[in-house]
Design a protein around this ligand. Sequence first.
Ligand code: F6R
Length: 241
Amino acid sequence: MDIRIFNDAEEIGVAAAELYRELLTEKPNAVLGLATGATPVPTYKNLIKLCNEGKISFKDVTTFNLDEYCDLDKNDKNSYYTFMHENLFNSIDIMEENVNFLDGNTADCDAESKRYAEAIKAAGGIDLQLLGIGTNGHIAFNEPADKFTDEAFKVTLTQSTINSNQKYFGDVPMPRYAMTMGIGSIMRSKKILLIATGESKANAIKALISGNVTPQIPCSILNEHPDTVIMLDKEAASLIK
Ligand code: F6R
């Protein structure tokens, strides 16, 4: 794993966007795996900036988002579909037909999982998968478990994830379930970029760096990926020796 430490989230946003610039310069039709949450927002701001400056284009890019809540309309203000459009897609030159999400309201999770896996395969596989990390070490919504998952599945969110994400929903109770890409789907990405910022992520990062691979710390599987870059601010890196 290639670990890079920065002063703050803003610096990471610039450095992460530069990785995308390099990839899109080399491969304008790259396939990007994208994440939601607070962590990738500075990266998305810098991608919008580069696109507005004409330094990158998304017109031939295909995207696959990691996860989507269940029991929430896709156009709900808290859906990940809405988040991605508000924080990135509406401000870049991507084609809507090249944007892919798991359907959180599917009646057939297995068929939906298969559909997503086939769409990723048909696109040529994910070139660069962006990940945040949960305070409990989750990646996408792969919560601590007894075994590593493979393709997408419906997950029951843990109390730790609900505690972290309820703030976005205000007084409305947040969904208890989500459709998420599995660990296998993430690990098949050619390159992975994991970003972590803030002190609340320090323990998960310490566990990841320790090298002990266990499904109880889902992010630990990244130790087995051949090309993972980890960008941390000083707080997230504070427990690394
Ligand atoms: C979101 C996702 C989650 C988040 C993680 C961190 O698509 O897959 O794993 O990356 O929960 O969220 P933030 O960035 O809000 O701390």
